[in-house]
Design a protein around this ligand. Structure first.
Ligand SMILES: Nc1ncnc2c1ncn2[C@@H]1O[C@H](COP(=O)(O)OP(=O)(O)OP(=O)(O)O)[C@@H](O)[C@H]1O
Length: 553
């Protein structure tokens, strides 16, 4: 569109004759109104102005001519350029929107950086890009394409993207870029994770991506050791701290605090909704304590998770200035890379039969099996140990060393089936988990999304089977909805089930339902064993009492 078009648009519908007539006859005289429709207007009061206006000949019919003087020419050129610039900007904006739509990215906020199409487009040094490529990352994932440019711009971010979609690298790349290299200024970036397993994994990924930079990336493992290890001076040599909030707060509470966070520039909260969920108020208090300790004036926060909760969004809106929100895909949806199935097993005994049936038909390790408590993890382990499959269990009652060894063996393929609790549902990235079995029904749709998300990572496909009994109806509808949303089939009746009250759903979230023990030992045998146990106990007590009496005598 050129200046002529704009002028035509602006004057569309305008009748110059009428305008002239409207002006008081005292002041204005119509000088001429020739056959081509050109109108000349003369102001009787001000001759100077009249002469100026005489230059402005406007042709309303045929080809329209605008008075041509130098100033006008310049103005027209500037106008043309502005229009062209605007046009280009609009086209570019459309292109960016198209790319976001293609990637299923939704953004909220002001002046948001554009997503990049490749790692090479990122304004970062080539060594980091090389490291990413050495990790086997050919192209950034959707969240990486959008979140990295935003964080590189120094903007605070709340990001939500599917499980296994590379969120860890999405926050590590900008941090590594902004810290540049080791500086002996103490910790400059802090990454908070809900579990130690996840913290270790994040530390490992950070080492891989920052290879060659010489960063000191630290994880707080033993509190006792940490107390002596850090101290305001010794912690100067570290650059990045990866930890759980509990351990960090314990060290900050020491008098004087066992470590300094004065120089922290970036705080990342990974699995943010989980942390906010862990004793709703306790994490907020911990975060407040941590934020107070991070006194650097340019401190920024980024929150990441695969699931979104309003509690986190509200906190971010209140506490993060200039916040940008990025969502990839549908909120709280399970990854569509996992084929999901709901299996009715009748009752608790039916679960063991169904599990053995799956094994009999053939499984491709590694397999993760989720149960609702550490006791049940131990019971299932005791049942399966003699089935001829390499099985182990991981839960909070095992020592740190045992937990680390089990995770290592599972990663190395020495363990085929790993029984675990909710502890391993979040963030943990086991390469190539083919099958997830929800032995016990998840206590919320969000828990389901994360458990299932241990398979189908980094573009690989996986499978998930969820057992349910007659007692598991509270969440059945919402979990069936999640499954349907990710493109898998569920029976229609499940989606039509009565919606449960918020109270019921909340109760289930805080305390899992009571279930019969996992065992195939017949009841009469269990009773016999229990009787035997109590007889032995009684006998021991009697012997103790006799000894006591002897001593008294
Ligand atoms: N650009 C990429 N290309 C290929 N693989 C990638 C890319 N980025 C990350 N990965 C790999 O994808 C897997 C999942 O990444 P990551 O653990 O960061 O996922 P996540 O989004 O944090 O998942 P969760 O929500 O479960 O924590 C990892 O094995 C990681 O090495």
């Amino acid at each position: 569109m050129d200046a002529y078009d704009i002028f035509r648009k602006l004057t569309r519908g305008a009748t110059f004759k009428r305008d002239v007539e409207r002006v008081s006859k005292k002041d204005v005289t119509v000088v001429s109104n020739n056959s081509t429709g050109s109108v000349k207007v003369e102001d009787q009061k001000n001759k100077d102005q009249t002469s100026q206006m005489n230059d402005h000949t406007i042709t309303l019919l045929g080809s329209m001519t605008v008075g041509e003087n130098k100033r006008k020419g310049k103005k027209r050129k500037a106008m043309d350029e502005a229009v062209e610039e605007k046009k280009q900007k609009m086209l570019h904006k459309e292109e960016v929107n198209r790319l976001r739509n293609q990637l299923n990215i939704n953004v909220v906020g002001r002046h948001i950086s554009e997503p990049v199409a490749s790692f090479d487009e990122l304004p970062i040094k080539t060594d980091v890009i090389e490291n990413l490529k050495n990790c086997g990352y050919k192209e950034p994932t959707a969240i990486q394409k959008q979140a990295i440019p935003i964080m590189l711009q120094g903007r605070q971010l709340l990001a939500c993207a599917p499980t296994g979609s590379g969120k860890t690298a999405a926050f590590l790349v900008p941090i590594i870029h902004s810290l540049d290299g080791p500086q002996k200024q103490g910790f400059r970036a802090l990454i908070l994770c809900p579990t130690r397993e996840l913290a270790k994994q994040t530390q490992r990924e950070c080492v891989r991506i920052s290879e060659g930079r010489g960063f000191r990336i630290h994880i707080i493992s033993k509190i006792g050791k940490a107390l002596t290890q850090y101290g305001p001076k010794s912690s100067q040599k570290f650059d990045i701290l990866v930890t759980t909030p509990q351990r960090l707060c314990y060290l900050l509470k020491q008098e004087p605090p066992a470590l300094s966070l004065n120089n922290i520039q970036w705080i990342v909260v990974d699995e943010a909704d989980k942390l906010f969920e862990l004793g709703v108020h306790s994490f907020r208090e911990q975060l407040q304590q941590i934020l107070q300790a991070c006194s650097h004036q340019h401190r920024k926060i980024a929150m990441f998770s695969a699931t979104y909760t309003p509690v986190v969004a509200k906190w971010c809106c209140h506490n993060m200035k200039g916040l940008i929100r990025v969502t990839v895909g549908q909120r709280n949806a399970a990854t569509d890379l996992v084929e999901q199935e709901l299996l009715f097993v009748g009752n608790e005994a039916g679960k063991l039969l169904a599990f053995r049936d799956i094994v009999r038909k053939g499984i491709t390790p590694p397999v993760l099996v989720f149960v609702q408590s550490k006791e049940r993890a131990q019971q299932l382990f005791t049942e399966l140990i003699y089935d001829g499959i390499n099985v182990d269990a991981i839960h909070a009652d095992r020592t740190q060393l045992q937990r680390d060894n089990t995770v290592r063996s599972f990663r190395e393929g020495k363990i085929w089936v790993l029984i675990c609790t909710e502890l391993m549902a979040r963030g943990v990235d086991f390469k190539g988990v083919n099958l997830v079995i929800n032995y016990d029904f998840p206590t919320s749709a969000i828990s389901y999304v994360h458990r299932v998300g241990r398979a189908g990572r980094a573009g690989r496909k996986g499978k998930a089977v969820t057992f349910f009994t007659i007692e598991d109806t509270v969440n059945l509808r919402s979990i069936a909805q999640v499954i349907r949303q990710s493109g898998c089939e569920v029976p229609e009746y499940m989606l039509k089930m009565k919606k449960r009250s918020k109270k019921e759903v909340k109760k289930l979230k805080t305390s899992a339902p009571r279930r019969d023990d996992i065992t195939t030992t017949p009841i009469y045998e269990l009773e016999k064993k229990a009787k035997q146990k109590s007889r032995i106990k009684r006998f021991r007590n009697a012997r103790k009492n006799l000894k006591k009496q002897d001593n008294l005598v």
